[in-house]
Design a protein around this ligand. Structure first.
Ligand code: LLP
Length: 463
């Protein structure tokens, strides 16, 4: 679908994009454990709860729309990643997926490290007591101030993204009398999509330094010669929402080749490689993500094999999952406002949020699922499109789904797997007030990011 133009007004039937929905589930009351967080449950009377609290009660207390984050699930996923990779590897949670002080505290307690990519994320991490040495600092255009703050704070690593940055970080560290641990982010010529990957020689994108043309080798040469830098390894991130491990295989092979070249040229074996994040999650029942232990095993085997054939000692591996940890832990709860059947097409269900709390459908054509959660219904399934309340026809939350035909205004519906890149990419479009994030655990619910207020809007607007 072209992104260069979009209909400004209502879409007509002949321009409606093809639906790629499959048949409705046999029973719409069943919540597929694949897409719902661990403690979500529908009781015999039809009510849905999370962390032991009924959603109707949550809606009453915290309002809608709101994100409800299952703390037990979040912690369990952290532990699963931690245990899968063991003491021989490091797991950095990618804060861009969703970051708050409570999340930092959970990460700290569960033994994970943290990847940040802005001064704001660094501030949040430090404010919540993440030890600086457990923080990795990313970004393709870190400002002089950001570099200075990161070096001063003593972050465990800065991931260098350009030749200019190599010089800037080295200079800053020297000026501050420090030696900064760094990795160099390389682009390995792998483009990974959900179910496939493309290996290319060159990459046309803004991140990293290309392996192609000896660029990355030159970056290593420079970094090794600068007193302010301690080059600890090579970093590669190949994409997001990936299921196919083949892309990681090519990436690891190419990174290991570079390590071998570095050894041959400089007599130095760099001790670490970071394979980035990007592991996929289930947004719908059709998705089959891998478990952390399978991913750890596959990555470990790939790196070990490549290193053996290059005659290198296996470096310490790190990974940076964001979505795979927080994505499945939350759902967005909405209240249905209007239900508008369009004869022969589908029924438009308008909710009290929209593209301001989930831009992913509009931006990436992302697929989600949705369920009626305030009650049970045995009505026939109807094909719906869940839309928001914004002044834009592309304001779609769930493009194609089935909800019971007796759906009515006032019902609560929930969209699962919205823990990653929803609140963190939320906007104030149409002066919407960004929803709160409420952590739920053992029968207790606690706001960890509060709802924005009109007062917040006016405070920023200085008149
Ligand atoms: N490491 C680096 C260097 C990254 O750039 C990213 C994501 C991650 C780790 C974490 O990736 P994850 O495991 O969460 O897929 N807004 C998009 C995703 C953008 C990802 C950007 N980088 C989305 O909503 O799908």
């Amino acid at each position: 679908m072209s992104r260069s133009a979009h209909p400004a007004g209502p879409r007509h039937a002949d321009v409606l994009p093809e639906g790629h929905y499959t048949a409705p589930a046999a029973d719409l009351n069943v919540l597929d454990a694949k897409v719902w967080s661990r403690t979500v449950d529908r009781a015999a009377d039809g009510t849905v709860s999370v962390g032991g609290i009924e959603v109707a009660r949550l809606a009453e207390e915290f309002g809608t729309p709101a994100y409800f984050l299952d703390e037990d699930d979040f912690r369990a996923r952290c532990r699963a990643w931690r245990d899968a990779f063991g003491s021989e590897a490091d797991v950095f949670y990618a804060g861009k997926a969703f970051l708050s002080r409570a999340v930092v505290k959970w990460l700290r307690e569960e033994g994970l490290n943290l990847d940040v990519c802005s001064a704001g994320e660094l501030t949040t991490a430090l404010a919540a007591g993440m030890p600086a040495e457990r923080i990795a600092y990313h970004g393709n255009n870190k400002s002089a101030e950001e570099i200075e703050r990161a070096v001063e704070a003593g972050v465990g690593r800065i991931v260098l993204d350009s030749f200019q940055e190599i010089a800037r970080v080295a200079h800053t560290a020297e000026r501050l009398g420090k030696r900064q641990r760094v990795q160099i982010r390389v682009t390995v010529g792998v483009e990974a999509h959900t179910h496939e990957f493309i290996a290319t020689a060159h990459e046309d994108q803004k991140f990293g330094i290309a392996l192609a043309g000896g660029q990355a080798a030159e970056a290593v040469r420079r970094a090794l010669n600068l007193d302010g830098l301690e080059l600890i390894g090579i970093h590669s991130h190949i994409g997001s929402q990936i299921f196919d491990m083949a892309g990681f295989e090519v990436s690891a092979r190419r990174v290991v080749q570079l390590l071998a070249e570095v050894r041959d040229e400089h007599g130095v074996e760099l001790p670490e490689i970071d394979l980035g994040g990007g592991l996929g999650i289930a947004y719908t029942s059709d998705d089959d993500p891998r478990e952390p232990h399978e991913i750890a095993k596959a990555l470990g085997e790939i790196v070990t094999r490549e290193c053996e054939s290059a005659g290198l000692a296996t470096p310490r591996i790190s990974v940076e999952p964001g979505r795979a940890i927080v994505g499945p832990t939350a759902f967005t709860l909405y209240r249905v406002g209007t239900v508008k059947p369009l004869e022969g097409l589908r029924t438009y269900v308008s909710v009290d949020g929209g593209m301001s709390d989930n831009i992913r459908t509009a931006l990436y054509d992302a697929e989600y699922t949705v369920a009626l959660v305030s009650r049970r219904s045995d009505a026939e399934p109807m094909l719906v499109r869940v839309v928001g309340k914004h002044c834009e026809s592309g304001d779609i939350v769930v493009k194609d789904a089935f909800l019971p035909a007796d759906l009515a205004p006032g019902d609560l519906i929930a969209v699962p797997a919205t823990g990653a890149y929803c609140r963190s990419m939320a906007s104030n479009y149409n002066h919407a007030l960004r929803p709160p994030v409420v952590a739920v655990k053992d029968g207790e619910a606690r706001v960890i990011v509060r709802r924005e207020t009109e007062e917040d809007l006016l405070r920023l607007d200085v008149g």
